[in-house]
Design a protein around this ligand. Structure first.
Ligand code: LFR
Length: 485
């Protein structure tokens, strides 16, 4: 038996981490060597990512790995999707990347869809409508000095990969979230680029998960203390693609919810589904590892709860107490549509939820536990709706749901998702994204290992916790009340 060490850089909306993993034929052992906050910048020009701070966090994490004696064979970077930096002809970054929750696409995204036609757009890119898709961000940036001077566009993980290695390119799972990739050919679409008002040459050469990007530049090698021959590898650089790659499924008939700041709920398919019904239900066809399609829908996720906590001035230590209060609050007293883009922007979340409840003639919970219960029940209902619709649209069935990511720690959400669906939920791993990042790197070093083998490896190392459904009747009634499946 053979094993190797790899490093995963996993950037999330509120924190980044560097995880070292030893992966072998029957071994998967993780060590988190560094975790750092990701604090967005609110500036007069809008909401941005502190990309310099993130890059320093990456370097610090790799240095921590080297200092602890790890010598990773390669490093892989994943992050959230759609956001990008623009480079000028010399390779210099033109301004801070915008945050996908920035409001500048609020009006332009719809206008773009009207101009191109929703059906035409879906037939071309197969993506659900989300106002922040890269294609809409670029349309909103039309006429800016930055876009005029730009000679290349790099998605966040590819930008960091460029700083680490000097090599440019675009990893394809993340490219599939831009709205600029042709869903049929899986190449950049010149028509979509033109519609967005950019030259297709701005978009980098595509690379696949598992491909080599390059070796560390002298600067990063020196700063981190890693060997200059350390490779940077393309992984499934869209965090959700990495998370789905790590789903510890033992059957092909599974649904998944990658549950953290967002809940991404859907199926892994061999081919995209771009029917009119799929478009009307706002399902997306993003790319996964091994040429698979991630047929899923975005649901607001734990963002709803995180933003309530922030508004109340509470930190993570308040969560267990609040969850206890939620567990004893009245059931199904108030429900919201957890897929509604009205919850996209930061700020004032409890008041926005209360407004929504009043508008729909529902009582507003009188305490925090009640509001949290409203959020979690609404999320469980949204998971049910998305997964049931995905099965209908793709003509598949499902016998188990894998819930991975930070949400797997939330016992109420896992149990309620099982109850709502009337299916067992297997919860975990919490660090699915980092694990997916690592196993994709390891794949090259484990000849003959199939994707199913890697999933079994994850299952053995991080045995999920199983939640059996305890009765769906009340959930059927709640779903009917909300007009959901
Ligand atoms: C999850 C995620 C989602 C994507 C959203 C914005 O972290 O990557 O898949 O829709 O963030 O990029």
């Amino acid at each position: 038996s053979h094993s190797d060490v790899f490093a995963a850089v996993d950037l999330g909306a509120s924190s980044g981490r560097v995880v070292v993993g030893r992966v072998g034929t029957d071994e998967l052992a993780l060590t988190e060597v560094h975790r750092f906050p990701n604090r967005p910048l609110r500036l007069p020009s809008g909401l941005h990512w502190d990309i310099g701070g993130l890059y320093n966090g990456v370097l610090d994490g790799l240095r921590a790995a080297a200092a602890a004696g790890h010598a990773p064979r390669s490093v892989g970077v994943d992050s959230w999707a759609v956001d990008y930096g623009l480079l000028d002809a010399s390779g210099a970054l033109l301004g801070l990347p915008h945050h996908y929750r920035d409001s500048r696409t609020d009006h332009t995204a719809h206008a773009f869809v009207e101009r191109v036609g929703a059906a035409e757009l879906y037939a071309r890119n197969g993506l659900q409508y989300l106002p922040f898709n890269t294609v809409f961000q670029l349309a909103a940036a039309g006429g800016t000095a930055q876009l005029r001077s730009a000679r290349s566009l790099l998605l966040i993980p590819d930008l960091l990969g460029y700083w680490l290695t000097g090599e440019r390119g675009t990893e394809v799972t993340n490219a599939s979230t831009t709205g600029l990739l042709d869903v049929a050919t899986r190449r950049w679409s010149a028509e979509l680029a033109e519609a967005a008002g950019i030259d297709v040459s701005l978009l980098g050469e595509l690379r696949s998960p598992g491909e080599r990007i390059g070796t560390l530049l002298p600067g990063p090698a020196e700063h981190t203390g890693l060997d200059a021959r350390t490779e940077v590898a393309a992984v499934a650089s869209h965090d959700t693609a990495s998370a789905v790659a790590a789903v510890p499924a033992r059957t092909e008939r599974f649904g998944y919810v990658s549950c953290g700041t967002w809940s991404l709920a859907g199926l892994e398919l061999d081919a995209p589904v771009t029917t009119e019904a799929a478009r009307a239900a706002n399902f997306t066809n993003e790319l996964g590892v091994e040429g698979t399609t991630r047929f899923l829908r975005n649901i607001m996720g734990l963002w709803l709860a995180q933003e309530c906590l922030r508004d109340w001035g509470l930190d993570e230590s308040a969560i267990p107490g609040l969850l206890n209060e939620a567990a004893s609050a009245p059931a199904f007293a108030a429900l919201i549509d957890a897929g509604d883009p009205r919850y996209l922007a930061p700020g004032g979340m409890p008041a926005r939820i209360a407004d929504h409840l009043r508008q729909t003639g529902q009582p507003v919970p009188g305490d925090r536990g009640g509001l949290l219960r409203c959020v979690l029940e609404s999320l469980a209902l949204a998971h049910r709706d998305a997964l049931r619709r995905a099965c209908t649209l793709a003509d598949q069935d499902m016998e188990v749901v894998h819930l991975v990511g930070g949400g797997a720690r939330n016992e109420l959400l896992c149990q309620w998702t099982a109850d709502a669906l009337g299916l067992p939920v297997e919860a975990g791993p919490v660090e699915a994204t980092a694990i997916g990042n690592l196993v994709v790197q390891a794949r090259a070093a484990l000849p003959g290992a199939s994707h199913a083998d890697l999933r079994r490896l994850v299952y053995a190392a991080e045995r999920p916790r199983r939640y059996e459904p305890t009765g769906t009747a009340a959930w059927d009634a709640a779903a009917a009340r909300m007009g959901l499946e």
